[in-house]
Design a protein around this ligand. Sequence first.
Ligand SMILES: *Cc1c(COP(=O)(O)O)cnc(C)c1O
Ligand SMILES: [Zn+2]
Length: 413
Amino acid sequence: MVDFVFRCAYCGKTFTPSQVTYTCPEDGHNLDVLLDYETLRRNLHPAHIWNAGEPSLWRYLLLLPVTDPGGQGTPLRRVGWTPLEEAPRLREVLDQPFLWLKDESPNPTASFKDRASAVVLAQAREMGARVVVTASTGNAGAALAGLAAALGQRAVILAPRSAPRPKVAQLLLYGAQVVLVDGTYDDAYDLSIQAAQAWGWYCRNTGYNPFTTEGKKTAAFEIWEQLLRRVRTSRPWTVFVPVGDGNIISGLYKGFWDLHQLGWLERLPRLFGVQAEGSAAVARAFHAGREDVEPVRAHTLADSIAVDLPRDGFRALRAVRETGGTYITVSDDDILDAMRLLGRFGWFVEPAAAAALAGLRQARARNLIAPEDPVVLLLTGSGLKDPEAALRASPPAPVIEPRLEALERVLAR
Ligand SMILES: *Cc1c(COP(=O)(O)O)cnc(C)c1O
Ligand SMILES: [Zn+2]
């Protein structure tokens, strides 16, 4: 395992792994994992990774602060290494010839969150944790429950009572102990931390556990390996990322930053964060030039990015500022439109994922992005996660008698 220390994203103090578990003891901010870049630069060539040929995020084990968790022959081994697709017909319709889609739905539990849960579980195994707990609006919990089941690790998931039923069903089926909290996600969040402290459980919470970002950074490694190192462009790359707590965008930034430290990537892609208008705490802080993110009362159909108080807001602002990106807010109607458009070309995504495309369309309309700019959309989760939203995005199917004339009539409409 590569040597590392933690460094507070806010005050810059460093800590050894034996000194802290979660956040900065001084100010409570999130910790970045600093690898031993000097040793890595000396001993590691990217070809070590390319040639190993491992078709999952475990291909980057040499750049992760954990040891291999095992789990051979289970879905834990196929997290990550998701496809990066050219979408030729979508390129045409959008007039965006250098567009790629990074589709996260092939992950074992069908969302980007598997990357974080896989690496947190590797750490839990190393610590000998008896129980891993997380608060979740759905996807993070499903990722922890599913991959914990694969490893035989006990998991407890605290979800708000309002979590979408299909997501709760997935949690339950994985055999995790699921408890619905009569309150908000934020209430479940605080309760999970209390429980972890009281009973010595290991807590996976987003924007709290420093290993989630390390898992999520592997998507940046993949975008680099699958695309940036192969396709030379004169214009800068832009990656559109849906943002709720801000942990995914912080993770992508961390991945590109790691590659830069290693000397493998010259210029970091610009990160464009996309939030729902009704849940735009980070975007607001960004455009007001503030460093602190003030909570909102989140209201959007994109439940995976509906967050009152973003738990990784500080780093989410940094990711965008340091790469010369920006924040964009989109309406729920824009999101539904984007879901329909993606569907027409073969990508069935949940609303939060469609927000990335809605963000690109708005950026084009406002000339923040030119047609010739090379762009990657991060499609973070499958449409099967939220069938209710898919029903809302589509007109109802007509019902007919089982006769050919009736069929003909309805098709002619
Ligand atoms: C969690 C999630 C997001 C947002 O990630 P944050 O780290 O909360 O910003 C986006 N899309 C999907 C599908 C998610 O599950
Ligand atoms: Zn600090």
